[in-house]
Write a protein that binds this ligand. Structure first.
Ligand SMILES: Cc1ncc(COP(=O)(O)O)c(C=O)c1O
Length: 376
């Protein structure tokens, strides 16, 4: 192997198990029966992780990163005639949904909530009481820019109460497989995630879980050829083939990642490891004096935003580089109203990795003459 793995405490790309990387070390043709069966297995296992039934839902892999799957849902689920989206945004990824609508030309309303709090169900109810013309409502499950978890099931219930036929779309990119999501309770019609998030495959493809009765009405909606999830679904069902070159190596890795996931206790096992990571980080950072962006009632365990310390010697670029030299990769902030950096707990990270990161952060602070514990 060339070089050494870095520890990625980021929202992605994320670290992966050695066996997942090893699974990629072979070539396989797209028409090989082994590959065809592998794709079928992956599609079915993803539905198992979601806890939904194959007679009601389907899984559609989409080549490309997570944004490709998000965009493919807007392309596919929103009709060119009379389609209109309501986007509930409390961070960068909610806003990206609105950007997608803008670029494609989908009429939409974006309701912007504060970045440090959840999407408010009462506000959504107020909007829907006044306007029932929406055909799709989009929300992010874990808003990865801050780490906040949105009450997607509660919002879904209100959405379906006011507009029963609407398509309810949850971007569960950074939460799927580690944070429970009840499709039935929330009336979820579309969900997206990607290979290299909590299921810990390597990056390269994303996937849509779609409710079949909704999806089957979407023929001809897409303004894009490659992002048409309906067409992708039809091809996979009818010929067991992707329409365009499939990510064969990435799917081999993902198949192994799903095996690792099951052996480690499925969603409950993954949630426990990430929660343990989060507790160690939270406690250690608190001792060093770092302040979280979200208040203490925040229960998210995917990623944490920390405010820049109020110390004249703190410089994020230098802090980042010094940690990087120690093979510890953290991430810049993505909230707009505060200077923050982020530390993720997801991917192939374990409690001992969190402890080692804390040791490195302490060393770097001392080397930068940042007074500890930080006084904010
Ligand atoms: C909630 C959410 N949505 C969308 C995306 C975009 O995914 P990608 O960067 O893989 O395109 C991300 C990325 O982290 C995310 O966390």
């Amino acid at each position: 192997m060339n070089g050494k793995d870095k520890k990625l405490f980021t929202p992605g790309p994320l670290g992966t198990a050695p066996s997942v990387k090893e699974a990629m070390l072979r070539d396989l043709g797209s028409r090989d029966i082994e590959f065809i069966n592998l794709v079928k297995r992956i599609r079915s296992k993803v539905l198992d992780v979601a806890g939904v039934c194959p007679s009601e839902y389907t899984c559609i892999p989409i080549q490309g990163s997570g944004t490709y799957a998000v965009e493919s849902v807007f392309q596919t689920a929103v009709s060119k005639q009379g389609g209109k989206a309501l986007i509930l945004a409390n961070g960068a990824y909610g806003k990206r949904m609105a950007k997608i609508c803008e670029v494609i030309g989908i009429p939409h309303h974006i309701e912007v909530f504060s970045e440090d709090s959840k999407v408010r169900v009462e506000t959504v109810e107020g909007i829907l009481k006044g306007d029932k013309s929406f055909t799709l409502v989009g929300i992010v499950h874990c808003e990865t820019s801050s780490g906040v978890f949105n009450p997607v099931e509660d919002v879904g219930q209100v959405v379906k109460k006011y507009i029963p036929d609407v398509s309810y779309f949850v971007d569960a990119m950074s939460s799927f497989g580690a944070v429970p999501l009840d499709f039935k309770e929330g009336g979820v019609d579309y969900m997206v995630s990607s290979a290299n998030k909590c299921l810990e495959g390597v990056p390269g493809f994303s996937y849509v879980i779609a409710k079949l009765d909704k999806l089957l009405k979407c023929k001809g909606n897409s303004r894009s050829l490659s992002l048409d999830a309906y067409d992708q679904y039809i091809n996979l069902e009818q010929s067991s083939q992707f329409r365009f070159t499939p990510p064969t190596h990435t799917m081999l890795a993902f198949n192994q990642a799903l095996k690792v996931f099951e052996e480690a206790g499925g969603l409950a096992g993954r949630a426990k490891r990430y929660k343990d990571n989060r507790s160690i980080l939270r406690e250690g950072m608190r001792k060093l004096g770092f302040k979280e962006f979200l208040d203490s009632s925040h229960e998210g365990y995917i990623i944490t935003s920390y405010r820049f310390p109020n110390d004249p010697n703190f410089d994020f670029k230098e802090f980042y580089s010094r940690l990087n030299e120690k093979d510890q990769v953290i991430y810049p902030g993505k909230v707009l109203n505060a200077d923050c950096f982020r530390i993720g707990n997801i991917g192939y990270l374990f409690p001992e990795d969190m402890q080692h990161l804390l040791k490195c952060i302490e060393e770097v602070c001392r080397n930068m003459n940042i007074h500890l514990p930080i006084q904010n």
